[in-house]
Design a protein around this ligand. Structure first.
Ligand code: HEC
Length: 133
């Protein structure tokens, strides 16, 4: 019994290892996609200049991956986060590509900038301190 469960757990470990290897993000590929596609809106280092395009630099890798997956939808489900632009961006990306891009953009530091819309400073401070449901 013990032997059998040991064998089973080794098989699971091997299978897990193979799966992890399958999905290991290719950072070179991510860099290329980031510089040729994403940079147009988010800048090559994720510090986008236009407020309409969120900054990706300094975000957590898991957060970025989650957003990309939600733009695309997974397990046959429709996108949870609907956006025409980003929907088109992720259409051709595999899960490993999205993991790679998330890991890549998470490596950059977000460059601080002065607030551009003074009217929202109070609201921003409130959300920062108390969160938003
Ligand atoms: C044509 C402009 C454009 C391009 C190119 C583009 N994006 Fe975006 N991206 C946007 C916009 C606009 C949003 C905000 C969408 C929304 O409001 O939901 C966004 C949102 C995101 C978000 C969510 C950020 C957050 O804080 O919630 C991620 C992650 C992201 N883009 C990654 C990428 C990656 C990776 C690429 C390259 C494969 C890419 N984008 C290419 C315009 C673009």
């Amino acid at each position: 019994m013990i032997k059998r469960s040991l064998l089973l757990s080794s098989l699971l470990l091997v299978a897990g290892g193979l799966q992890a290897q399958d999905q290991a993000p290719d950072l070179e590929k991510a860099k290329q996609t980031a510089e040729t596609v994403c940079a147009a809106c988010h800048s090559a280092d994720g510090n986008s200049q236009l407020p309409a395009n969120p900054k990706l630099a300094g975000q957590h890798e898991d957060y970025l991956f989650k957003q990309l997956r939600e733009f695309k939808g997974w397990n046959g489900n429709p996108p949870v986060r609907e956006n025409a632009i980003m929907g088109a961006m992720v259409a051709g990306l595999e899960e490993a590509d999205m993991r790679g891009l998330a890991k890549y953009f998470a490596t950059f530091e977000q460059k601080p900038e002065p607030a551009k819309s003074l009217g929202t400073i109070d609201l921003g401070q409130k959300i920062w301190r108390a969160g938003i449901p």
